[in-house]
Design a protein around this ligand. Structure first.
Ligand SMILES: Nc1ccn([C@@H]2O[C@H](COP(=O)(O)OP(=O)(O)OP(=O)(O)O)[C@@H](O)[C@H]2O)c(=O)n1
Length: 384
């Protein structure tokens, strides 16, 4: 049996990048022979096996052919008759379609190395069409390798795939998997730009796509996204600034997140950012009651860590782009101090004085607003 290292680990090795997971292709044997050698079958849809010692993935060389729509619509031919070249030919991009033989020889029938050197993302063959996830992967690689260009025919192919309705059948988990990885590269706006360029954004994130129709909100959102990346923001912050402003058109961030099965931490921050960003910027003009109400909406009493992410999203929003007056965000410090003061009120001590229910809530509110007022620039409590 012949064994070849294939896919992303070969690409990254040629780029001199640290090795991630290695994948292997096995040629010249069938599934039974691999099992006889102690490999454990794991693939539900494809014949993939784990090496008995290293646990690395070994797949039988296979060809795929599309049957029906969506991610599960594959039938494939596999077995000892499929060659390495046939296997490589059904892969997505030339830079991902190289193989390394055990003696160190590079097998590169589609000139992946040349494309890697030239900084070019190019599909291997028309078989690219078989899997719409590849559009997202293309956009992700374009983001990860920021200086790479996408071959015109590859872009055209993606547009044709979108036009044929293929992208509508993407499984939510796969979309989120690619998007969440892509947003962590720099600058993350490239991911959105590529998806827009091929028309896929309108299908995957129509709410975000719509921001590009009118007064420049879309471009502005992308600047904020890149600024969040510059500030070293985590995924929830990047996601929040990307989708937060879709609520302004009456859209529902919740519905968007449910559709894509976005994790709760990302969804909650996006909703908070969407609702509260303007108030956060204006803290100097808010009275203590309003400040307390925002802190309550952010749930900072039960989840103090949320404030930090929220403020980072707001900072990116406030300081992004050429039209920003400010490069710093002093509001963040005000919010932190206000939150610290509000949290310092001893609710337990109040409860021990015998206050209950509404009275207790009111007393707590008054104590908190009094302390918050001390650290606000105006220094006053609104009388109500
Ligand atoms: N939709 C897909 C997914 C994967 N592949 C092929 O399978 C290989 C392994 O895929 P995967 O491990 O998911 O990604 P990598 O390319 O290794 O990239 P990353 O470093 O981002 O994991 C890819 O290189 C590519 O040859 C493909 O052709 N089409």
């Amino acid at each position: 049996m012949e064994v070849y290292q294939v896919g992303g680990s070969v690409r990254d090795r040629l780029l001199g990048l640290p090795a991630g997971d290695r994948d292997f292709v096995v040629v010249g044997v069938g599934p039974q022979e691999l099992e006889d050698r102690g490999f454990r079958p794991v693939g539900r849809d494809f014949p993939v096996f784990l090496h008995p010692e290293t646990g690395e993935e070994y797949a039988l060389a296979r060809t795929e052919r599309k049957q029906g729509r969506g991610y599960r619509g594959f039938v494939f031919r596999t077995g000892s008759g499929v060659s390495l070249e046939e296997d490589l030919a059904r892969r997505d991009l030339t830079i991902n379609a190289m193989a390394l033989a055990q003696d160190g020889r590079l097998i590169d029938p589609f000139n992946g190395r040349l494309d890697l050197q030239a900084g070019r993302l190019r599909h291997v063959s028309e078989a690219f069409r078989e899997d719409p996830v590849r559009i997202l992967r293309l956009a992700r690689f374009a983001t990860r390798f920021g200086h790479f260009e996408i071959a015109p025919r590859t872009l055209e192919l993606c547009r044709e795939m979108v036009a044929s309705g293929e992208v509508e059948h993407l499984v939510a988990e796969r979309v989120w998997q690619e998007m969440s990885r892509a947003l962590m590269h720099e600058p993350p706006s490239r991911f959105i730009d590529v998806l827009r360029e091929v028309g896929a954004l309108a299908v995957i994130l129509p709410e975000v796509d719509a921001l590009f129709d009118g007064a420049g909100t879309g471009r502005r959102v992308l600047r904020v996204l890149d600024r969040a990346a510059e500030l070293g923001a985590e995924l929830p912050v990047r996601f929040a600034v990307l989708v937060g402003r879709t609520a302004e058109d009456g859209g529902s961030i919740r519905a968007l997140c449910q559709r894509l099965r976005v994790p709760a931490a990302c969804r909650e921050l996006a909703e908070a950012f969407g609702q509260l960003r303007s108030k956060a910027h204006e803290v100097a003009r808010l009275d203590a009651d309003r400040v307390l109400s925002v802190l309550g909406q952010l749930d900072v009493f039960r989840r103090p860590e949320r404030l930090q992410s929220f403020l980072l999203a707001c900072e990116a929003d406030f300081t992004a782009g050429s039209d920003a007056q400010a490069s710093s965000y002093p509001q963040a410090e005000m919010w932190r101090r206000a939150a610290a003061e509000a949290r310092a009120v001893d609710a337990g001590a109040l409860a021990r004085t015998g206050l209950r229910g509404q009275e207790m809530a009111e007393a707590l509110r008054r104590k908190r607003t009094a302390r918050i007022a001390d650290v606000l620039p105006g220094g006053e409590v609104k009388k109500c």
